[in-house]
Ligand binder design. Structure first.
Ligand SMILES: C[S@@+](CC[C@H](N)C(=O)[O-])C[C@H]1O[C@@H](n2cnc3c(N)ncnc32)[C@H](O)[C@@H]1O
Ligand SMILES: [Zn+2]
Length: 335
């Protein structure tokens, strides 16, 4: 933690903003490594250990169980050969899951106007790979997670920061109760994490994301798994049940409705491109066996509306009916 962070924090007990004073601090050239934070309003004391600020205050049992499960999962990863070197390559690792993360991030970076010096909260940061990507682009990043274990929690940040150059903050806390002052963030990033909430906590988390964002700031949702009427995923989470993950799965409309109810303007990523992308000069040329037919349709106005209708239908099929697409949203807090 750097000495600038407490000004952005909110006490998890009394909700006072910027109320933490630092005592007994031990620092190195990079940051404060060990310290006590004391709330000037309610007297709550919390620790900073190895640079990680512990603001996980009275966590519910479900969160404690998931954090302990991640320690077991980290052990499995170690046995599978995961180490710091492999972590530092993330997300460019030859595994299906990571290819999805890498392509999602490429799309996000190509379509989002991130600016140096802006503040971004990486919710459920896990290995902190995304915090590293954003920090490398000059953003001020806060990685937030319920776990600290190496390979599956906040201490993994050392793999990225240990070599110098990049820096980001690490805060131990729950997404439904982020210990940040109102309107402090320009961006909130959620990748494969919102589904670690039951319905009530999902709605609360989205309200909290809205609270911590500045007006005009956005919540960027990426790669959230979806449930579909023709693929209800009744066994979702079964394969990771041994690790006690707080797994849930929702329909797209449930996310969209909850985000709107929290006060966001919601854009479903990919839908506008499916509808209007044909007029876009950057549109890739058609491929495959039907490429000549597609190219000729695109040249005619009626042909373009036909292709646009086909693509839109295909988008809804993949995202809301039977497909297996993941969810990406841009949720903007209005000015
Ligand atoms: C599937 S991992 C996704 C991680 C990461 N965003 C990524 O893209 O690699 C889910 C992460 O969410 C974290 N998590 C679960 N419940 C949480 C909560 N209530 N608040 C904050 N983080 C949570 C877990 O500890 C885990 O690190
Ligand atoms: Zn307090």
């Amino acid at each position: 933690m750097r000495a600038t962070l407490p000004a952005l924090l909110r006490c998890p007990r009394c909700l006072a903003e910027a109320s933490f004073a630092m005592v007994e601090a031990v620092a190195d050239e990079r940051e404060v490594r060990d310290a006590l934070l004391s709330c000037s309003r309610c007297g709550l004391t919390r620790e900073v250990r190895e640079g990680i600020v512990d603001l996980l205050y009275e966590p519910p049992e479900v969160i404690v169980r998931e954090a302990v499960g991640l320690e077991r999962f980290a052990e499995t990863m170690r046995n599978d050969g995961w180490d710091g070197e492999r972590i530092r390559e993330l997300p460019d690792v030859e595994l299906g899951y990571w290819q999805g993360q890498a392509s999602g991030m490429r799309r996000l970076l190509a379509t989002t106007r991130l600016e140096e010096g802006q503040w971004l909260l990486d919710v459920g940061s896990n290995t902190c790979w995304a915090s590293n990507v954003f920090a490398c682009r000059g953003l001020n990043v806060i990685a937030l997670d319920i776990a600290t274990v190496h390979l599956q929690g906040l201490s993994t940040a050392e793999e990225f920061m240990g070599r110098g150059g990049v820096y980001f903050e690490r805060v131990l806390s729950s997404m439904c109760d982020p210990p940040l002052a109102d309107e402090t963030m320009d961006w909130v990033f959620c990748c494969q994490v919102l589904h670690h909430n039951d319905g009530e906590h999902l709605r609360r988390t989205l309200r909290e994301m809205h609270r911590v964002l500045r007006a005009g700031g956005s919540l960027l949702v990426m790669n959230e798994p979806l449930r579909f009427p023709l693929r209800p995923k009744l066994g979702h989470g079964r394969e990771v049940a041994d690790y006690d993950g707080n797994e849930h799965v929702y329909f797209m409309h449930e996310y969209v409705r909850a985000a709107r109810a929290a006060g966001f303007e919601v854009e479903i990523v990919g839908l506008a491109a499916a509808r209007h992308g044909l007029d876009d000069a950057t549109q890739a040329p058609p491929r495959g066996r039907l490429a000549p037919l597609k190219a000729s349709l695109r040249r005619r106005r009626r042909g373009r509306s036909l292709v646009s209708a086909y693509r839109t239908a295909r988008f809804w099929w993949a995202h809301a009916i039977r497909g297996d697409a993941n969810l990406a949203l841009v949720c903007r807090k209005p000015m």
